[in-house]
Design a protein around this ligand. Structure first.
Ligand SMILES: [Zn+2]
Length: 274
């Protein structure tokens, strides 16, 4: 029966001519070398990974980034993105299941070290304590360990009591340290418990204020720099040895005053009180 043979032969010829993958399909598939294996041309085969290809599934925890995963599994971020069909990496949320291609076991997460600002040198003048404190992370936010260390340095010596400083106080002090780079910050007073019978509540009683100076920098210069901070109070004491800086509620603006009293005297306010 010659007719059917001619038809079949023609069909094979046409298919081979149209399909560029014909030759590859006819040859043995090379052993899978993870993602570097050539992509199969046939769409039905390409979407399904080979059953033996190693991959683990993980659930994304809050705060974990693709960079953390790439570091942990020592593969490029792009491979994780491709393996999971991620279109918008920034929109990933906690709880999302992800496959990590090319690995067969989960590993303990290796996170990127947190970027922190260089340590700042401090002196507590009354006790001669000298410490170096990392005040903030590179994004400008207070470093929790730094808050603890500075809170201890700025404790009340009179009451022998400590109160956690407001994080924004450290963020402002970091700006001071960056501006007057390499200079020591000298703390005169920080936390001061409220005195019985005293009218008004000082920001010192709430861990929101510090009296300090910068070694080698005139207090007028420090005062002027601090006056640029928003939602902050700056007190200038021409007859004393420090500048007062405090944290105000957000949106409350700036406050500034001059106090001509000498150390130990009652306040003698001058022009500029705010
Ligand atoms: Zn003060």
């Amino acid at each position: 029966m010659p007719r059917p043979i001619i038809v079949v032969g023609l069909a094979v010829f046409v298919w081979a001519g149209d399909a560029p993958g014909y030759r590859e399909l006819a040859e043995p598939v090379p052993a899978a070398r993870s993602s570097e294996a050539p992509r199969p041309r046939r769409p039905s085969a390409s979407r399904r990974p080979a059953r033996h290809a190693p991959r683990v599934q993980i659930t994304l925890d809050a705060g974990v980034t693709l960079v953390d995963l790439a570091r942990t599994y020592e593969i490029p971020v792009a491979r994780i993105i491709a393996a999971n069909g991620i279109r918008e990496p920034r929109s990933l949320h906690a709880g999302r299941k992800l496959v990590i291609p090319g690995v067969s076991k989960r590993r303990p997460l290796r996170r990127r070290p947190i970027c922190k600002s260089p340590a700042v040198e401090f002196l507590r003048v009354a006790t001669d304590e000298q410490v170096r404190v990392v005040l903030t992370r590179c994004n400008g936010e207070a470093d929790p360990a730094g808050v603890e260390r500075l809170s201890h340095l700025a404790r009340s010596l009179r009451a022998d009591a400590e109160l956690t400083l407001h994080p924004r106080l450290l963020e402002m002090l970091q700006k001071v340290a960056t501006h007057f780079s390499g200079r020591r910050l000298e703390v005169i007073s920080g936390y001061r418990p409220h005195k019985q019978g005293r009218v008004g509540v000082s920001n010192h009683t709430r861990g929101r204020a510090i009296d300090f100076r910068v070694a080698g920098v005139p207090n007028e210069t420090l005062r002027d720099f601090c006056r640029a901070f928003d939602d902050a109070g700056v007190g200038y004491y021409p007859n004393s040895v420090f500048v007062h800086l405090d944290v105000r509620d957000q949106g409350s603006g700036k406050a500034f005053w001059v106090d001509y009293s000498r150390p130990g005297e009652a306040p003698r306010y001058g022009r500029g009180r705010g």
